[in-house]
Design a protein around this ligand. Structure first.
Ligand code: HEM
Length: 404
């Protein structure tokens, strides 16, 4: 039997008390690969079923196709392509992708290597000599914002304002069943407006220019799919910000936490810097930043593992559970940077597969290599550290480390 109502299990996973270690609960959940909830949400937790669903063309990423649309769905003017289906999704994704790297163009990511290294060095210079640092506030949080500002072409002097908006925006979408979302949502809506207005102004200046930044490229690009409208460019820029920020913060922070819990791997990384590539891949499987895709909508009735999911139902995909599925990965609860067969779900799968994967990987590789090289005998102050509330984007809110 694949479908049961599992009252309690999902609730326990979403409850904050499970945040530090949800993995034993995922193992329980996997006993029912497709689990119908009291509210008719279907929760899918096994690798094969998650992958099947992510490749199923009858599934929609557009909230407007849910029988009960989620909060905030109606407030978006032009949905970003993460919330669209083909053919619109594919057109916008292709238009943005052109600028992200070979084989299409020389690529923004390759060209960003010096900026990434400089930003990391600058942040670590500021930490030098401190007995105690917070890997989140002092390092992992500011890093991706600086990178996205650089990518989009946001001038340095505007970064502080930009960071405040990003903060409010990210907080407003943090899934937290406990707190009343009204105040957070209001702040988020205001931040979204301010950010759109700011990006609109910047875009106006970029029209007709020759800059190499992403806004300039999108504003002036006449690729095979034509040119994005200003509205589409702004939605895309917003999407990159939201999708590329806290995810990267969490991967760097989860990475440092995992290394401090596995000191032999940390020492190895110091001696063998090339280890960082498979190590980051294993982190995406073992301690991924995105634990859950909170919804997909069924366009029509679909069958998953013998269970019929009716049209309009909400489907929740437990990515982090799938990446620990023992039917797919050998010894899945072991952190093993030498693992060869590692097609994890850390970046999702199918047509919405993370678009920023190459950038996120490179940011995290540089961040972890430099943290390990420059911190002097780092040790954890608290284990487990305090976690952010969200069960969707999961990671520590602070990670204090003492040196020396
Ligand atoms: C999509 C994870 C970093 C841009 C996704 C999805 C996941 C994910 C799981 C699939 C969502 C779905 O299927 O609904 C991550 C993780 C990251 C990361 C774990 C960091 C470690 C980034 C960065 C950027 C980015 C740095 C951009 C600068 C996107 C975009 C999509 C996406 C645009 C939507 C793709 C589409 O709809 O076709 N990401 N992401 N991500 N990500 Fe990332």
């Amino acid at each position: 039997m694949t479908t049961t109502e599992t009252p309690g299990m999902l609730r326990r996973i979403l409850d904050y008390s499970s945040r530090a270690d949800p993995y034993p609960l995922y193992a329980e959940l996997r006993k029912t690969p497709v689990a119908r909830q009291e509210d008719d949400t279907y929760v899918i937790s096994t690798y094969r079923e998650i992958t099947d669903v992510l490749h199923n063309p009858h599934l929609s990423s557009d909230t407007r196709n849910l029988s009960h649309p989620t909060a905030g769905a109606e407030e978006q003017t032009t949905p970003a392509f993460i919330n669209l289906d083909p053919p619109e999704h594919d057109r916008l994704r292709r238009m943005a992708m052109r600028h992200f790297g070979p084989p299409h163009t020389p690529g923004l990511v390759t060209g960003m290597e010096p900026a990434l290294t400089d930003t990391v060095s600058g942040l670590l210079d500021d930490c030098a000599g401190k007995e105690r640092i917070d890997i989140v506030d002092d390092f992992a949080y500011p890093f991706p914002v600086a990178v996205i500002c650089h990518l989009l072409g946001v001038p340095r002097e505007d970064e502080p304002r930009f960071r405040i908006w990003v903060n409010d925006l990210i907080n407003s979408i943090d899934y937290d069943p406990k707190t009343d979302p009204k105040e957070k949502l209001d702040k988020g809506v205001q931040a979204r407006k301010d950010l759109r207005q700011y990006l609109g102004g910047l875009l106006e200046q970029r029209h007709g220019g020759q800059g190499g930044d992403l806004l300039s490229r999108l504003a002036n690009d006449d690729g095979p799919d034509g040119r994005m409208t200003d509205e589409e460019i702004i939605s895309t820029a917003n999407l990159l910000l939201i999708a590329g920020h806290e995810t990267t913060v969490n991967l760097i922070t989860n990475g440092m936490l995992t290394l401090l819990r596995h000191p032999q791997v940390l020492r190895r990384l110091r001696d063998e810097p090339d280890l960082v590539v498979p190590l980051v891949e294993e982190l995406l499987r073992y301690e991924p930043p995105v634990h859950i895709i909170p919804w997909r909508a069924a366009y029509s009735d679909i069958t998953v593992a013998d269970t019929v999911i009716p049209k309009g139902s909400r489907i929740m995909l437990m990515l982090a559970s799938g990446s620990r599925d023992p039917n797919r990965f050998h010894d899945p609860d072991r952190f093993d940077p030498d693992r060869r067969d590692n097609q994890h779900l850390g970046f999702g799968s199918g047509i919405h597969l993370c678009f920023g994967g190459p950038l996120a990987r490179r940011e995290t590789e540089i961040a972890l290599t430099e943290l390990v090289r420059r911190l002097d005998r780092p040790g954890l102050v608290a284990d487990p550290p305090p976690y952010r509330r969200s069960p969707v984007l999961r990671g520590p809110i602070h990670l204090y480390v003492e040196q020396g």
